[in-house]
Write a protein that binds this ligand. Structure first.
Ligand SMILES: [Ca+2]
Length: 181
């Protein structure tokens, strides 16, 4: 009788243990399912409009201690540059001050967009300071756009040796990344 009682008790414990494991597993699967429901729409939104669709960048000689400022204006938006680094469409990644507070060894400013709009884009360069006192300052301007989700790039404008020489003040060009303007 005692053996039968022990056996029945062990079976009950085994059933209880299996039920507890099953409930824990069911709970885990339910939580994972709920998380997937929340994460999937975000992933789709990011895939639909990745950052960096329009990229505008300028470079000037590394030996020149010159602060050039890049200003970019998208259709219907305010210009983005060193004193307004984030706008509705564009973001300036970094204001390059020449050799001041810069250990990178490069003179480079770059602006990225989030998405792309049809219309005219304006790129302005402002020669803020020139401690080398050498003139002119050759600046290369490159405008490109991302053409697919694999980050393939189409170059729209490469200004080296043409419009990219700064004597003083502000210089600008207008481009249409969608080819309409
Ligand atoms: Ca600058």
């Amino acid at each position: 009788m005692i053996d039968e009682a022990n056996q029945t008790g062990n079976e009950d414990e085994g059933t209880l243990f299996r039920d507890a494991i099953f409930l824990a597993l069911f709970g885990f699967v339910l939580i994972a399912f709920i998380l997937l429901l929340h994460f999937n729409p975000v992933a789709k939104e990011m895939a639909a409009e990745p950052p960096g669709n329009v990229i505008v960048e300028i470079t000037w000689p590394v030996e020149m201690d010159v602060d050039v400022d890049l200003w970019v204006k998208g259709p219907g938006t305010k210009p983005v540059g060193y004193s307004n680094k984030g706008g509705e469409m564009f973001n300036l990644l970094r204001d390059d001050l020449g050799h001041k507070r810069d250990h990178s060894g490069i003179n480079h400013e770059i602006v990225y967009s989030r998405g792309i709009r049809k219309g005219e884009y304006t790129v302005n360069l402002h020669l803020y300071s020139n401690y080398t006192r050498q003139w002119p300052v050759p600046v290369n301007v490159r405008v490109s756009r991302k053409v697919d989700s694999a980050s393939n790039i189409e170059y729209i404008l490469e200004s080296a040796g043409r419009a990219g020489v700064l004597e003083s003040g502000t210089h600008g060009v207008s481009v249409s990344p969608d080819g309409t303007g």
